[in-house]
Design a protein around this ligand. Structure first.
Ligand SMILES: [Zn+2]
Length: 412
């Protein structure tokens, strides 16, 4: 027995329940197939909100795009009944192949969303012959759906980090659940007021298990946490990668100044990135690295600054806090005597924030996950070719990094 065309599309589209495929129309010129679906149930109609009997009001013709079939753009079309409920007024009867306000079937949206995980909005739009805005709306709806479905979590460790948005110095603050490695939220700027407001909006119980909040040595964030947590000075842990970043910037300043001072005699040409690399991750056998190591043995200010940076990077794994503190104090003493202004400035900063560095060592936390996220966020920025607004940027971060359940599911 061969399948009729109606049966073929019934199975292909998963049409069931009170709906039946009535006919198929094919337009060979536009290469479009339209599957006409009919609602077969008669009275009594039920209100989709409350389930009580309702009167038929009228029908509305609607059309949904589905995945292509047999090389044709494929659509479902139906006269969808609308009912009047005494309590809820006029309501459209739900269809089981699409969401309420969508003009695409579940299957179609799912395919778009899967592709969006790997590609830019414009590439996806091109491949599905959709407009940029249509794809953007599908993505937005998916994020809203995911946020509605998201269960409350009570993380032990969270991270707070700023990330630049667009080329101008505009920032957003990313809040990360480090237990599940997902982005909890994105705030509009990096001000204390904004973060403070966010904390006050969350339920106290969300933080009942909180052990650490990892961040940069950045007063607005510190102040916001202090305003919301009595034990802030135990919770706040400064991130080792941020601390390392401050040292690297200072080393770079020393190098640039010295390079200028030495002018033509400078051995520092083209060595910038070597000084900034983290020695532990480098193969010291390669030729360039050997040359660089020779450079570090010269009597250079840059080499002196670099040694401080390298030692600081090693002071993060201690079993005993007293020992950790002693080593950091020793480093701070060395920095204060080094006569290199940029390094002395970092030393002063570390002196002020040593308590939070020691918390990080005690809790063995860092924002490396957040750094990986940051790299991902930079990637998102790249594939998005510049976000026209902050809201879109936030949506994209949640779409890719929110750990959300994004896919549409058939309504029962
Ligand atoms: Zn009702």
């Amino acid at each position: 027995m061969s399948e009729s065309l109606e049966e073929f599309y019934t199975n292909l589209l998963g049409i069931s329940g009170p709906w039946e495929v009535a006919s198929i129309q094919r337009d060979s010129r536009s290469k479009e197939v339209t599957v006409i679906v009919e609602y077969t149930e008669k009275e009594p109609y039920l209100c989709p909100e409350c389930g009580r009997t309702a009167k038929l009001h009228d029908h509305r013709k609607r059309r949904w795009r589905h995945l292509d079939s047999c090389n044709h753009k494929t659509f479902i079309e139906a006269e969808v009944p609308r009912v009047v409920c005494e309590e809820h007024g006029v309501k459209q009867v739900p269809v089981n192949w699409a969401e309420k306000h969508s003009r695409f079937t579940h299957e179609f949206e799912r395919a778009v969303l899967l592709w969006l995980k790997e590609d830019s909005i414009s590439t996806v739009a091109e491949n599905f012959s959709l407009s940029w805005d249509q794809v953007d709306r599908i993505m937005n709806r998916a994020v809203q759906r995911g946020l509605r479905r998201r269960k409350k979590s009570t993380p032990e460790h969270i991270g707070i980090d700023e990330t630049a948005f667009q080329k101008r110095h505009e920032y957003v603050t990313v809040i990360l659940d480090k237990d599940t490695d997902t982005v909890i939220d994105i705030l509009d700027d990096r001000k204390a007021k904004t973060l403070n407001k966010w904390f006050t909006e969350q339920e106290k119980s969300d933080f009942s298990r909180l052990e650490s909040i990892t961040m940069d040595m950045w007063d607005p964030f510190i102040n916001a946490v202090k305003a919301n947590f009595e034990n802030a000075e135990k919770l706040i842990a400064f991130d080792r990668f941020h601390v390392a970043g401050h040292f690297s910037k200072a080393v770079n300043k020393v190098r640039a100044m010295e390079h200028r001072e030495l002018a033509g005699a400078s051995p520092l040409a083209r060595s910038k990135y070597q000084w900034l690399k983290n020695s532990h991750n480098i193969d010291n056998r390669c030729k360039r690295r050997k040359e660089f190591m020779n450079l570090t043995r010269l009597n250079l200010k840059t080499a002196r600054a670099w040694r401080i940076k390298e030692v600081a990077a090693m002071l993060w794994n201690f079993k005993y806090m007293a020992v950790a503190e002693k080593h950091w104090e020793r480093l701070l003493g060395w920095i204060s005597r080094c006569r290199l202004k940029p390094m002395i400035a970092v030393g002063k900063m570390i002196r002020r924030f040593l308590w939070g560095i020691l918390n990080a060592i005690r809790n063995k936390v860092n924002n490396s996950m957040l750094e990986a996220k940051n790299a991902r966020i930079q990637y998102i920025k790249k594939i998005a070719c510049g976000f026209r607004n902050r809201k879109r940027f936030k949506t994209a971060i949640l779409f890719h990094l929110g750990g959300l359940d994004l896919m549409p599911s058939p309504t029962k």
